[in-house]
Design a protein around this ligand. Structure first.
Ligand SMILES: [Fe+2]
Length: 313
């Protein structure tokens, strides 16, 4: 598993664990209580209501993907052979994904501190939520398996996109290097907060909400949009959304609120362009140009900072 341990919840497993509905899964609560980040997918815990939610979400997206999704995403969805009617097993997804780009989806218990998340990408492991939102709501406030598997993972089948993600993971190691020798602890935390914020904003305005030109129009490659039937329509059809060519200096200084429909989106030219932007992000990091980005969202937590200051590889 390339250095990332797969941990298992100790004690009786299925008994009394309920289903895998987001925010009320006892299995996940127990994993978090035990401090486990990487877990397995207890497939037997998915209830019929969980599978129904998956079916409803998937059916709600199919037409929209055809209309609005980037062609690399559509190819990816085909290649993964997801079942529209059943929550997927990660091992089945990986059977199709791994031979294409050596990426794998790995089950996690929820939010991963920033370094762990970015470092997983570097190791071609995508931290994947295994719970599913209640009742197939169009918009989920937090990632769930529908967001992670239908929004992110199809993009990981594309070699150029996959390389850009791995390169982004490299930047997390550069960030560790950049702050390691700062003796003044307060300054170290201040600078690191700014660098993590810049990285999170970059990720948000590209991987999560990115648009790309295709023919005469715009298509979506951002995962947050690709997994929300409400938001993908809003992104491409509402006059209230500003769309601009991506500019590094803008996106690293631009705050965002992940739990709302996005008012501002950026257009990337290609995945080669995305890779070049990641390279540039790293050059800017080395030159100190990420040390003072504009304050604001997203908030950087204690756990995020610790994960960089005492990184586990
Ligand atoms: Fe996401």
């Amino acid at each position: 598993m390339n250095g990332i341990p797969t941990e298992r919840i100790t004690g009786p497993l299925s008994a009394g664990m309920g289903d895998l509905t987001s925010e009320r899964s006892r299995f996940i609560a127990e994993a978090q209580r035990q401090g486990l980040h990487y877990i397995h997918q207890p497939y037997e815990l998915y209830s019929e209501a969980n599978h129904d939610a998956w079916r409803c979400l998937y059916r709600g997206m199919e037409d929209r993907w055809q209309r609005h999704a980037n062609r690399h995403f559509l190819q990816g969805i085909d290649r993964l052979r997801l079942n529209p009617n059943r929550v997927p097993r990660l091992e089945d997804v990986n059977k199709f994904l791994y031979p294409l780009t050596r990426f794998r989806a790995v089950a996690v218990s929820g939010y991963l501190p920033a370094f762990l998340f970015f470092n997983s990408l570097r190791q071609r492991q995508f931290p994947t939520t295994i719970t599913i939102r209640d009742g197939g709501d169009a918009f989920a406030e937090w990632p769930d398996i529908f967001h992670d598997i239908t929004g992110h993972v199809p993009m990981h089948t594309d070699p150029a996109f996959a390389e850009a993600l791995v390169r982004f993971g490299d930047c997390a190691h550069t960030a560790v290097e950049m702050v390691a020798d700062i003796r003044d602890e307060e300054e170290q935390v201040r600078r690191l907060t700014s660098i993590i914020r810049a990285m999170a904003r970059f990720f948000w305005f590209t991987v999560e909400t990115g648009l790309m030109r295709e023919g005469k129009g715009l298509k979506v490659y951002g995962s947050a949009l690709l997994s929300s039937r409400g938001e993908i329509d809003h992104a491409l059809c509402s006059d209230d959304v500003q769309k601009h060519p991506v500019q590094l200096e803008w996106i690293i200084n631009q705050g965002f609120l992940p739990n709302h429909y996005q008012p501002l989106l950026f257009i990337t030219e290609s995945f080669t362009h995305l890779y070049e932007l990641v390279d540039e992000l790293e050059r800017w990091m080395r030159a100190g140009r990420l040390n003072n980005v504009a304050p604001g969202e997203p908030a950087i937590t204690e756990a995020d900072l610790k994960s960089f200051l005492r990184p586990v590889h």
